[in-house]
Design a protein around this ligand. Sequence first.
Ligand code: ATP
Length: 504
Amino acid sequence: MKEKLKNYLRAAYPLLYVVSWEEARLEGSLKSVCDDLGYGLRCWSITEGLLDVTTGSASVLQDPIDVLGAIPEMPEKTVVLLRDFHAFLGDEPQPVNPLIARAIRDLVRTLKTRQQCLVICAPLLRLPEELEREVVVVEHELPGRMDLGAVIDGISKSADLPLVVSDERDRLLDACMGMTTSEAENALSLSFVETERLDSSVVSRQKAEAVKKGQLLELYDNPGSLDDIGGLDALKAWLAQRKDAFSSRAKDFGLPSPKGLLLVGLPGCGKSLSAKACAAAWERPLLRLDCGRLFGGLVGESERNLRRVIQVAEAVAPAILWIDEIEKGLSGSSSSSSTDGGTSARVLGSMLSWMEEKTASVFVIATANDVSALPPELLRKGRFDETFFVDLPGEDERRKILEIHIEKRGRDPRLFDLVSLAKACDQFSGAEIEASILSGMFAAFESEQELETSHVGEAIGQTVPLAQTAREKISSLRDWAKTRARPAASAAKLSALRKLETLS
Ligand code: ATP
């Protein structure tokens, strides 16, 4: 950030808008850049008025128009930081105060020649059209390991704890990455209050809360394991083979970092489960993006949302970014110029170029049910390392899924006739098999019996699987997958499934 600010000042940019929650960190960066370049720094807020950070003198200029009016009187080479100035720049349906817009536009002409710079710092971007061309919007990256290391040391010192070193420090830093400095401070303090030490699991828990507040992402810290998945052997083998692909050993060996995976398939067949299991197998945090939420009503909001998502994912890296139901967000991209003013197309473009150029270790797993809604650009060779098709489970897989879920409900699978149950639930998805076990449990509970094969068998008999009502959709998805995707189940199992289907 400092380098970026320094270059803008050197190039005499008159007006910067930094989108950030972290005024104090921005002020610290600005102070150090101003000291380096010999600039003065003044900070303004409506509550505190104007403070000359360099000399420490303050004036009670609380009115935003007064402070703008005072700038020409300030010395050349001065930076003025305006806190929360977005509040005076209007918002739909309220237009910007014309006096403020005019005062800023008047100033822009002289700021450049006098090497003065106005820096607006606000948690939200509110840019009236009148000022769009005058302002440069700067994203404030989340704090890096050095900044957060200083926070950890500061808290250790104030709580009189021994300095945290080596592995424990790395774990704490990993847990703090992706938070603002004040969020990290709060999480570390809470950890001290709860456990009397700095505990990375408490910090991770708080980070999950902090990420959720942004409403775009959800953080799963301990999402499951590859053993939770019945079948999908080819996919599991692919994931297991790349477990250490982000390591420096893999880099030295000449391997490129894996980019991402597209999982296409029928609902309830384990795509989401696989995304979670991948994070667990690779021991990486999993960030789930609800693609539909990316799109906001205001101009530029969707692109900004995507930038925020990327910012958090890169800060948490190495991490897995799971884009759930990607088709829901991007389906409008091909026809979007007529339907949404081109927003989906622009978001897709930004997402694809980030995926292509990203240097941070963020592995993208995109999941989709409906391939007809996927934009062709996304499917072009090279976007993802691999596209897997997740089909209905074959008989062996169904037996394994039954075993997993019966065991999950605290029963011994050896006491059940898994072979006949697996035959009975032909054409069922994993989710439908799980639901049948639950229905069987309710029936057993109602009749005050222990769960048995017959309860599950009856529940299976009463279920009409989605596959039966959506035959056409399934066969067109299979046709699509034949030439474009790898089966997530191993080839032998898949051919057994096909044989069964021809018989039925
Ligand atoms: P959707 O497209 O509807 O989101 P999905 O393919 O992502 O479906 P999941 O959410 O992964 O499906 O599956 C729903 C639930 O079904 C899982 O939480 C899991 O309990 C069970 N399930 C599905 N497939 C499997 C499987 N192969 N092994 C074990 N459980 C499975």
